[in-house]
Design a protein around this ligand. Sequence first.
Ligand SMILES: C[S@@+](CC[C@H](N)C(=O)[O-])C[C@H]1O[C@@H](n2cnc3c(N)ncnc32)[C@H](O)[C@@H]1O
Length: 222
Amino acid sequence: MDHTAPDRHWVRWHRQYDVEGSSLRRRLALVQRRVGQALDAQPAGEIRVLSMCAGQGRDLLGVLPGHPRRGDVRATLVELDADLAAEATHVARAAGLDGVRVVVGDAADAGLYNYVAPVHLALVCGVFGNLSDTDVQRTVEQLPRLCQPGATVIWTRHRRSPDLTPRVRGWFADAGFDEVGFDVEDGYLIGVGTHRLAGPALPYQPDAHLFDFVGDGGDGHR
Ligand SMILES: C[S@@+](CC[C@H](N)C(=O)[O-])C[C@H]1O[C@@H](n2cnc3c(N)ncnc32)[C@H](O)[C@@H]1O
């Protein structure tokens, strides 16, 4: 990755991915495994993917280049920081992932997903730790408006006390999702949830505002 971008908070945050053994790197491995499984499980045809607050897009872009379904993927990654978005674009272009589009904007704006919604796979990683509890719940409730029936949602949230993840998992159940798995690692506060929309999808509402991103990432992974 090119780290010549300005030394802003979220640019610095991403450098933990390059630190061997860091909690962020461990979390990425869990997320990428789930992304690979979700892609493996897709029926033939186009696979539509969205990523909210995508950063450098390492979760999806770390898996797609070597995945047999890479040519079927049409994805929108939404990231507010133009330099991080440019890195994601660069990685996608260098790997020849022509179906991947990186949008610089507010990931809370549901209209930015119009190229892909409703999706087969939604990535909501590094988001829920930066929202109010109310907005986490609201976002989970809105996900069936962005998803196809049977879609997979992969999400992360730290488990620092008071651990919100039991409630998040409950909100997914209330919104019609079955839990595929909830991954943790001993000694780390990482939480990676994978849910599948078992209930009905809801109509896409491009004018919806999903959340207010208020956090700074904190130290929640350690
Ligand atoms: C914790 S990082 C997660 C990045 C990536 N999803 C990952 O897991 O590696 C949060 C990202 O959200 C971006 N961000 C913050 N507010 C945003 C917003 N309103 N819309 C889109 N991205 C936003 C930050 O620039 C940062 O890259």
